[in-house]
Design a protein around this ligand. Sequence first.
Ligand code: SF4
Length: 358
Amino acid sequence: MRADLDARPNLLGFMASELEALVKTLGQPSYRGRQLHHGLFHKLLPGVAAISDLPKAFRELVAASFATETPSIHRQQISQDGTRKYLFRAPDGVTFEAVYIPEVAKGRGTNTLCVSSQTGCSVGCKFCFTASIKRWRNLMAAEIIGQIIAVQRDVTAISADAQVTNIVFMGMGEPLLNYAEVTRAARILMDPEGLSFASRRITISTSGIVPRIYDLGRELPVQLAISLNATTDEIRNEVMPINKKWPLAALIQALRDYPLQPRRRFTIEYVMLRGKNDSLADANRLVRLLQGLPVKVNLLPLNGHERTDYTSPTEATVLAFEAELRRAGMNAIIRTARGRDIDAACGQLGGADHVQNG
Ligand code: SF4
């Protein structure tokens, strides 16, 4: 049965300074706000009730008006390659997923957490499982931060050294269609008194919500990824209907106008679909389209599922496409799908829909 959303604001959606100001409105000294923040964001305790250095009366006062818990982990799957997929369930019954991807590169651990920003998506990309979910809503900043804290708590319990080092907004949903909550979550992530992620370790991915790309460039120095997936308007209109609203020329112009931080590049995601966007002519058009832009191109052979008609290209086609881009001097890499055996790869996230159908 569907329960209502908890009406209490969740303090995981607050910066450290905001918590200090908030406790003052409750007639408490500001240091109580710092203690509260420390318990939730540094010790990663599962809620105010567990912050034992706070007086019981204060804990009860906070709990009466505010939620402090992370979303509950409803199911967890672990891939043979170490990838972990978490299914969260909110009090109103919606579900959403986050994927933890541990990697060792150049001798250092880079553990990326892919978070959801919505519990479905209205953009309707034709290769994407999330697009097929009927009942969905935006996630609040506290629910986005809650995914990160809950996963960090879980992986630390397995290995004290495990640390989420990078956050990518590439899970369920179009982040820039939930702009206010996503940018609030990014600010909380970067809060130097809180989780203190460097801006270069946060990537927001978009299908091309052009006005919001301009807003993001003005407001936040995070990394930007574009889910491009086609080199002509004709094909992109078919694969990603959002292109009818903001066609390729407008999207590429937004990148040319973007105030990119020094020594950074845009990430271009290109999901390869057999016979649709995987020809050498496509590769050459891609080179021309991105000419002069600092980019790295991630080639993602489609991870097929039952709710798309598209199929994955052959390995030879993918290799030839990559070689063509490299010949033109482009920084391109084929991304091997992580967590494929648990449906955690790109475009496969679907919350409870996928648990039932996957
Ligand atoms: S690929 Fe991203 S933007 Fe497109 S439908 Fe899926 S979740 Fe939405």
